[in-house]
Design a protein around this ligand. Structure first.
Ligand code: SIN
Length: 319
């Protein structure tokens, strides 16, 4: 009998599926939907100290199984989401996402979270590509180290994690893992959207902000997400767990993320396109994929990616 229940950061979940921050989570009623759809859990929209309206429209574009967004962190402010999670009877299993707009916002956000008594997990978003004039912290390793050092002083060990941008170089995987391994972080979420991509509709940019540049999500980015999940699984301390995000449109995609080392997986573009009914569908697809290989639990295949050997034949492959 195939089971999807999984352990993550010392908590138990009935499946590995949740939303990606930013998708279907900006308002209380949307979070209610995620609970109602029986997602394993939810992560709230990355909150800033103050409410933000974000970038001007049009700022989101769907194209087949892909999306481009330059939302610019529209959110209701940290208090609004704290109000929701602290009333949630399952708060310990929830993820609360924050996005400090400056280094000095981090202690302010932490103070509010700690004062609220929230006992769940905190995701520090170091990777939003869409705020004009604010480079992604995840690409500035000195700053990233400073944020991690501060977070370690502000939050209890093993209660916080980071959402990372995609990396494309082994030297960067090594450097980022070395920084993260210094601290008792609970998890890494790889990857945020691939920043500053461009899509064209007819002859115009598909979105307005930043001359059309925005974060790419959906099926296009799965290979990049898989490479990041795999690279961090190889490099991070064994007790740092990984959330796999990027390009998951069906159960097979989730299977591949878990094979690369993800303990949980997040749905972004597919959730925005198909709605919360996707959770049940994708659970069943993952179960079918596991059954195909004779796996009964997530632990049976988590992180067990096999490497093709030199001169191995691969059916259907062309070169
Ligand atoms: C946004 O609000 O611009 C998207 C959030 C993110 O990419 O972190």
């Amino acid at each position: 009998m195939v089971q999807l229940n999984t352990e993550f950061a010392g908590r138990t979940y009935h499946s590995p599926f949740m939303n990606a921050s930013g998708v279907h989570c900006g308002l209380h009623k949307l979070l209610d939907d995620l609970v109602g759809a029986e997602a394993a859990t939810y992560v709230t929209k990355s909150a800033t100290v103050e409410k933000r309206s974000g970038n001007p429209d049009p700022r989101y574009y769907n194209s087949d199984q892909n999306s481009l967004n330059s939302m610019g962190l529209p959110n209701e402010g940290v208090e609004y989401y704290l109000d929701y999670v602290t009333k949630d009877p399952h708060s310990k299993n929830r993820l609360f996402s924050i996005s400090p707009m400056t280094f000095y916002d981090l202690p302010i956000l932490a103070e509010k979270i700690n004062a609220s008594g929230f006992d769940g997990l905190i995701e520090i978003n170091l990777s939003c590509p869409n705020v004009v004039g604010k480079p992604q912290i995840g690409y500035d390793f000195e700053q990233m180290a400073a944020y991690l050092k501060a977070a370690n002083e502000l939050f209890e060990p093993h209660t916080y994690g980071v959402k990372l941008p995609p990396y494309f170089d082994f030297a960067h995987f090594d450097t980022v893992a070395e920084i993260l391994n210094r601290y008792p972080i609970a998890f890494v979420n790889s990857i945020n959207s691939v920043g500053n991509a461009l899509m064209i509709h007819e002859q115009q940019t598909a979105i307005f902000p930043k001359h059309g540049h925005g974060g790419l999500g959906g099926a296009f980015i799965k290979p990049i997400a898989l490479s990041n999940v795999h690279a961090f699984h190889q490099r991070l301390n064994a007790n740092i767990e990984i959330i796999g995000t990027g390009g998951i449109t069906n159960g097979r995609d989730a299977f591949e993320h878990i094979l690369c080392g993800a303990s949980m997986v997040q749905l972004g573009t597919v959730l925005a396109q198909k709605g919360t009914g996707i959770f049940k569908i994708i659970e069943n697809e993952l179960k079918a994929e596991m059954a195909k290989y004779g796996y009964e639990s997530i632990d049976d295949f988590k992180g067990k990616l096999q490497y093709i050997q030199e001169n191995d034949a691969i059916s259907g492959a062309s070169h």
